[in-house]
Design a protein around this ligand. Structure first.
Ligand SMILES: Cc1cc2nc3c(=O)[nH]c(=O)nc-3n(C[C@H](O)[C@H](O)[C@H](O)COP(=O)(O)OP(=O)(O)OC[C@H]3O[C@@H](n4cnc5c(N)ncnc54)[C@H](O)[C@@H]3O)c2cc1C
Length: 486
């Protein structure tokens, strides 16, 4: 049994903690905030409940597995509902597409709506499944930085097939080649945003992302997304993980290149193993100032961030569902502004999430809780007050135009989350949602490993390290650390 200290109670930190505790270790989590979950949190305001961060839940089997590892039944802790149609899409020219969550029905509906060959769409999704099967073992389930990974037969098989992974074309190029219809290309390009990337520069390998939705579906936990955090927290407490809230870690202590303990705002602690769930760049900058950040890790492009308006809306919109997208007409420009000029488009794609469609208690009767998000650049010296004001006006005009009603007049309560606040609330470097972007074909290899060869007994989990950001990958990073550090 080892004495293990974990820095941060994000979902990856709790995933790592549960795996390590299940392996018989004594685990303490130090959390700077006075609540668990990091980005995956929630709040209530004037009778409305809002999930503050993630809204899309895929691959629930990865969450279930964490309960099983701890010898518990997931259904005793949380449950979820399958969402179908998965998402509702609206274009300015009046075209609507209510995307079925299953491949065959999706292909039929896409063929009908866009006038394309159903077989072409089906084949695109099947290719995505195949790509997932090729890449899962190498890029998701194991450490990319341990020789043992490369000695496995499954890894060798994956590598032999990597030529099918479209590493040398962009996602948009692959989609243009395979799909042929502008709206369908735009539809599948958006999957690059699932890890904060740009479809016009990210490799075609990201055409793997639709597999998450079309093979397994999209889900909403009963009680909302925050139940993911709450259920992991309940499990952690039940199996004896110790939490120290409002106790920010200030330093990781080392001796002869071995991590030996941590210094917090409240004291000093010795540990045999330390896991940082804090973004890896501030982990080095602030907690390990005497240890240079390895190689090119802080030179990699950051993922996008987000600007979110939480609006309590005093009306119900029958044409909307849980997930809704109102497309930009200048989609490519939206991404060059985000990644090259670090600006928000004046015609942004607007995402509206409404959990009260399924969770009636999330809004007063006859009302809805709108989480309205646009992609935003990471923090780069912008004037966010001005951007917030301008973007709010643009978003309200767009939604009012496309829904045929004055949305501003329906707002009963409001809150805003911007990239600097994301950074200050969770220590995510420059407010990025998903650590580094996948805009480079080498991104998966350049992402920081789950350990460092420079400091023994120090491990890393979470969206800024391997295998990357988003709920499924963060849960997997905790599992990988569980395997490496046990
Ligand atoms: C607005 C938004 C929308 C998103 N949408 C989706 C989505 O729909 N689907 C999806 O899958 N993903 C989505 N994501 C991404 C997802 O939320 C993240 O990838 C994931 O939650 C990151 O978890 P994590 O464990 O890596 O870290 P975090 O959630 O960032 O947690 C890190 C924790 O460490 C703590 N910490 C940091 N420094 C210290 C310190 N020095 N001492 C102690 N504690 C410290 C922080 O307070 C925090 O609690 C979204 C993110 C945001 C912000």
């Amino acid at each position: 049994m080892k004495k293990i200290g974990i820095i941060g109670s994000g979902i990856a930190g709790m995933s790592a903690a549960i795996h390590l505790r299940a392996a018989g270790n004594e685990v303490t989590i130090f959390e700077a905030n006075d609540y668990p979950g990091g980005k995956l949190t929630a709040f209530e305001q004037d009778g409305y409940r809002f999930d503050a961060g993630p809204s899309l839940f895929t691959m629930p089997q990865l969450l279930d597995e964490i309960f099983e590892v701890a010898g518990k039944s997931a259904r005793d802790y949380y449950d979820y509902t399958k969402i179908d149609p998965g998402c509702h899409y609206f274009w300015e020219d009046g075209v609507e597409f209510h995307a079925p969550g299953e491949a065959d029905r999706f292909a039929s509906q896409a063929a009908e709506t866009f006038g394309v060959d159903k077989k072409k769409v089906k084949k695109y999704i099947e290719d995505s499944f195949q790509l997932y099967d090729i890449t899962e073992d190498v890029f998701l389930k194991n450490s990319l930085h341990k020789a043992s990974t490369y000695l496995k037969l499954s890894t060798a098989k994956s590598f032999a097939q990597l030529y099918k992974a479209h590493l040398f074309s962009t996602m948009n190029q692959v989609n243009e080649r395979k799909l042929g219809h502008p709206k369908l290309i735009q539809f599948f390009n958006r999957y690059a945003t699932y890890n904060g990337s740009n479809p016009y520069s990210a490799p075609g390998t990201l055409t793997v992302v639709p597999t998450l939705e079309f093979r397994w579906g999209t889900f909403l936990p009963k009680g909302g997304m925050h139940e993911i955090t709450q259920s992991l927290f309940r499990l952690s407490k039940d199996i004896g993980i110790d939490f120290r809230f409002a106790e920010k870690v200030e330093r990781v202590t080392t001796s002869n290149k071995v991590a030996t303990g941590i210094v917090t705002s409240k004291g000093e602690y010795d540990f045999e193993t330390i896991v940082s769930n804090m973004d890896v760049i501030p982990t080095y900058h602030r907690l390990l100032p005497d240890h240079p950040i390895p190689g090119r890790v802080d030179k990699q492009e950051r993922s996008s961030s987000a600007l979110i308006f939480y609006w309590g809306i005093e009306e119900e919109f029958r044409q909307l569902g849980l997930h809704n997208i109102f497309w930009s007409e200048k989609y490519k420009k939206e991404f060059s502004l985000l990644f090259e000029e670090k600006k928000i488009s004046n015609d942004p794609t607007v995402y509206v999430n409404i959990t009260s469609k399924h969770e009636k208690s999330d809004a007063p009767k006859g009302c809805e809780n709108w989480f309205v998000m646009v992609n935003a650049p990471h923090v780069a010296g912008q004037d966010w007050r001005r951007i917030e004001k301008e973007t709010r006006k643009i978003v309200l005009e767009k939604l009012s135009r496309m829904l045929g009603t004055n949305i501003e007049a329906l707002i009963k309560t409001e809150r805003v989350l911007n990239p600097p606040t994301i950074e200050s609330q969770t220590s995510s470097y420059l407010g990025s949602l998903y650590g580094t972007s996948s805009n480079d074909r080498m991104a998966a290899f350049l992402r920081h490993p789950n350990f460092t060869s420079k400091i023994k007994n120090l491990y890393f989990c979470g969206g800024s390290v391997h295998p990357g950001g988003g709920i499924p990958l963060c849960l997997l990073s905790g599992k990988i650390v569980g395997d490496l550090a046990s």
